[in-house]
Every structure is written in structure tokens, then in C-alpha cells.
Design a protein around this ligand. Structure first.
Ligand code: BG6
Length: 482
């Protein structure tokens, strides 16, 4: 058998970016859209957490309501992505535009027409759409009336939504993503209101009953929904490629004391049970035993067992922002790190405290590829920074170029030297948009500056930053001239 020697990124490498509906569309009450969980998330800051209110409170900022008005400006924005030479854009479909309450029998035709038009616009600009079916966009009614993902009926509503979209976009969309970052829900991980809310519309502090069991159920039902959706998408369109996107933080031990190495392994490995379940054809026995040990009942049935054998992924999507150092024996956790643990003294941090670690990307690619042997696409990576417009009217974001350059150099080593099958790189937030964790506009990621500020001011005009031209050149040379 002849084996291809990969010494360069493939000529079809999918260069591009990733966006999510609730972070940029706005138009929260237009086109027949219903209220979704993030429409109730206020703006926050690096030091003041977002709040998730029960109703829309007067005098408060809810950044999803206007976003950056992508809903009305998508043609202009996609044209700019096209000018940069994007080969691909990952978008998400806001469930509440298609089924405003989540449980209707028929979809909202205006919502369908909108996404059909976005996809047509991408194709017109030579950009391959990658479509995520769930990126923190859950119709609120499914939380208040059904109890969110705790309830298996929500899995059925989700499958109806997935089927509708695949039928509507069949032949135009080849790459589908079932969920974004469901791995942040797990009963073994330190839980917070933020993660349970953005994934399921529920505040951890307000969960009633056995909280660990609820987290296990939310995670399990989403995993089951993903494998069932994978099977469904394959059935509707046998040409499709289905993936799921995970946000994994490589976790290092503080030193080589074996107990610290073991703790770090366990902490990182915890995030992999859903990937195991979606790639190996069975829900991992170690997790079922763990639940049994904790007295947790997730309602695993013979029919579920079958579903896991039938819904295996074609590719894995990875979001990578930072690495972490695990808590160690006798140590104390540092305050302010998103995933717990302690700061890494070898790394610089972003203004939001995220450790900048390009080698972590190479590590993650190797680790995941060797564990599953499936093609991987980097679905998010980028630097959130407080960009300033210079006196010449332009953002000179050399720090962003530096960040991306270093990460991409490690990605290339993973492909060219370590032989990882990585088929694309999608930079997060190619146009400035609302931060998911803090709700700020100030935390900007884009190649394109958007004149919109946290107090709601700004004329929403778009302007390329220096990084825009850098990425354009990089794509032109297929990553050769980094
Ligand atoms: C990822 C999410 O985890 O992180 C995105 O998928 C999010 O939705 C991104 O925007 C960056 O986080 P933040 O809080 O800086 O926007």
C-alpha cells in the first residue's frame, strides 16, 4: 500500500473563521425569531460577571439584541471575508429563528429563508459553509416548559430542528457540526452558573435536587443527541461530513511528582468522555461506572446503546485558546482562571488572563489525533484584545498577528512533522463580535473592526485591521509565508 508523505498543508486546507449567531446577528425580535437563552444574558466585563435575568430588565444592556447587526449586514461582511480569501466560514444556526419556541410542528419559513440566503452568499463568494447546529442558542421555552436538556423530549425537538436544516441546505452544505463545546458540562468538573447557563439555560446555583446528577444528565442527553443527529444527517445526505466541536484545554502538571502528573491527566481526560462516546461507537463504560459510583441515574437504555454504534463522527472540531496547570497536592488554586488550576509561570497572559501557549495547540492536535485517528479541524483560536483605533483611523494589531503566527507555526509542525491530519484552521471571531463569557464588545478578536461599544454607542461601521491583510497574504500562500 502506498502511503502519502505529507510535508505541507493540503492545497485544499480550509482557511477561514468561525462565528456564532447569538454573538453577532442581533435582530433578536425580527424574522419571527423567538427568545433564546442568550437574549437574557447581560453585558459584563473582565471583573463583573454577566448576569442571566429571568425577564428583560429596563436599563440593562443585552448585547445579543443588536449584536453587530450581522442579520442585516451579512452580505457586506461575507464580501470582506471573501476579500481575505476565506475558503471556509463556520456559522451557527440560531434554533430560535427556525423553531421560535423549540416545540412547534412546522418551522418558521422566514428563519429558513434567512439561513438559505446566508449560505448562498457564502457559496457565491467561494466560501465553504460549516454549519453548527447548537452554539449556546436554545429557545427559552424549552428551558421554562421542559427543563432544558434534562428532558429527553428536548433531544427529539433538537433532532426535528437538525432534520429541517439538513433538508433545507442539502447539496449546499457538506460539513455539519452537531454541538459547540458541550464538554464544559460534567459532574466531575467544578461547575459555574456561566457554563450551565450558556449550554443549557440553567444557573448552577439555582439547580434543585442532586446537582451532580443534573449535570450528568445534561451532558449525557446532549451526547446522545449528537450521535442521533450524526446518524440522521448521514441518512438525509450521505455525502455529508459530520463533526462535533470541543473546547479542550491541555492541562499540565506543575512538576514531575507522579501524583501531580496523575492529577493533571485526570483533569484533562475528564473532558474526553463525550469524544470517546462519539468516536468509539459506545458510551464509555468507565463513565457509566463512575455515575453508578456517584449514585447517578442517567437512564441509559439498550436503544441508546444502539444509537452510539450508529452515530460515529467523521471529523473532530477543536477550539483552542489556552492551556492550564492542574491543581497540585498541597497547592492553592489561583483566582480568576477560567478553568481553575494555577497560572503557568512560563507563559504570558492575555488581558483577560488566558495563558498564551502556541505549543499547547501542537500538543492538543497530536494528543487527539493519536487517540482517535480522525481528521481534525481547528474550529476556534484567537486573541481577545482591547484594540484601539490609531490616529490614522486604523487598528494596528501587531500583537494579534504575533499570536496567530506563533499558533499557526505550531499547527504546521503538527501537520508537517508529526503527521497529524488537520484539514483546516478557523480563526475565532474574524469580525469583532460579542464575547460569550463576558458579554463585552471591548474584548475584540476580529480582522475587521466594528464600531460598536459596550455602552451601546457606535455606528456599526466595519474597517479592516492590519491583521486583515496579513491573513489575506497567508491564505494566498497557503500558509507558506507566515
Ligand atoms: C469559545 C466559544 O469557547 O470561546 C465562543 O465557542 C467564544 O462562543 C470563544 O466566543 C471566546 O470566548 P470569549 O468569551 O472571549 O468570547
Amino acid at each position: 500500500m502506498e502511503v502519502e508523505n505529507v510535508t505541507k498543508l493540503s492545497k485544499d486546507f480550509l482557511w477561514g473563521g468561525s462565528i456564532a449567531a447569538h454573538q453577532l446577528e442581533g435582530a433578536w425580535q425580527e424574522g419571527g425569531k423567538g427568545p433564546a437563552i442568550m437574549d437574557f444574558a447581560t453585558s459584563g466585563s473582565a471583573t463583573t460577571p454577566r448576569e442571566y435575568t429571568k425577564t428583560i430588565e429596563a436599563g440593562r444592556q443585552y448585547p445579543s439584541h443588536e449584536g453587530i447587526d450581522f442579520y442585516h449586514r451579512y452580505k457586506e461582511d461575507i464580501k470582506l471575508f471573501g476579500e481575505m480569501g476565506f475558503k471556509s466560514l463556520r456559522i451557527s444556526i440560531d434554533w430560535s429563528r427556525i423553531y421560535p419556541n423549540g416545540d412547534e410542528d412546522t418551522p418558521n419559513s422566514e428563519g429558513l429563508a434567512y439561513y438559505q440566503s446566508v449560505v448562498d452568499e457564502l457559496l457565491k463568494n467561494g466560501i465553504e459553509p460549516i454549519v453548527t447546529m447548537y452554539h449556546f442558542e436554545l429557545p427559552m421555552n424549552l428551558v421554562t416548559k421542559y427543563g432544558s436538556w434534562k428532558n429527553r423530549q428536548v433531544v427529539d425537538f433538537y433532532l426535528r430542528f437538525v432534520g429541517t436544516m439538513v433538508n433545507a441546505l442539502r447539496g449546499k452544505v457538506k460539513y455539519w457540526v452537531t454541538f459547540n463545546e458541550m464538554n464544559h458540562i460534567d459532574p466531575q468538573t467544578e461547575a459555574s452558573d456561566m457554563f450551565t447557563y450558556i449550554l443549557a439555560g440553567l444557573k448552577y446555583s439555582e439547580l434543585e435536587g442532586n446537582k451532580k446528577e443534573i449535570l450528568a444528565l445534561l451532558g449525557y442527553n446532549m451526547t446522545l443527541a449528537s450521535v442521533k443527529a450524526t446518524k440522521l444527517i448521514h441518512e438525509i445526505d450521505p455525502e455529508s461530513k459530520v463533526g462535533c466541536v470541543f473546547g479542550i484545554t491541555p492541562t499540565y502538571p506543575i512538576n514531575c511528582d507522579p501524583i501531580n502528573v496523575l492529577n493533571a491527566f485526570k483533569e484533562m481526560d475528564r473532558d474526553f468522555y463525550q469524544i470517546d462516546a462519539m468516536c468509539n461507537g459506545e458510551f464509555p463504560a468507565y463513565k457509566l461506572r463512575e455515575y453508578a459510583d456517584m449514585g447517578i441515574e442517567i437512564g441509559f437504555t439498550e436503544e441508546d446503546k444502539q444509537a452510539f454504534t450508529e452515530g460515529k463522527l467523521d471529523f473532530i472540531g477543536m477550539n483552542y485558546y489556552m492551556s492550564a496547570v492542574a491543581m497540585y497536592e498541597g497547592g492553592e488554586e489561583d483566582e480568576g482562571s477560567l478553568f481553575g488550576g494555577v497560572q503557568n509561570p512560563f507563559l504570558e497572559k492575555s488581558k483577560w488572563g488566558w495563558g498564551i501557549d502556541p505549543i499547547g495547540l501542537r500538543y492538543l492536535l497530536n494528543y487527539t489525533y493519536r487517540r482517535y485517528g480522525l481528521p481534525i479541524i481547528i474550529c476556534e483560536n484567537g486573541l481577545g484584545a482591547a484594540d484601539e483605533v490609531g490616529s490614522d483611523g486604523v487598528v494596528h494589531d501587531d500583537y494579534r498577528i504575533d499570536f496567530l503566527q506563533k499558533h499557526l507555526s505550531e499547527l504546521k509542525k503538527a501537520v508537517e512533522e508529526d503527521k497529524v491530519d488537520c484539514f483546516g484552521y478557523l480563526m475565532w471571531g474574524p469580525i469583532d463580535l460579542v464575547s460569550a463569557t463576558t458579554g463585552e464588545m471591548k474584548k475584540r478578536y476580529g480582522f475587521i473592526y466594528v464600531d460598536k461599544h459596550d455602552d451601546g454607542t457606535g455606528d456599526l461601521s466595519r474597517k479592516p485591521k492590519d491583521s486583515f491583510y496579513w491573513y489575506q497574504h497567508l491564505i494566498e500562500t497557503n500558509g507558506e509565508e507566515l
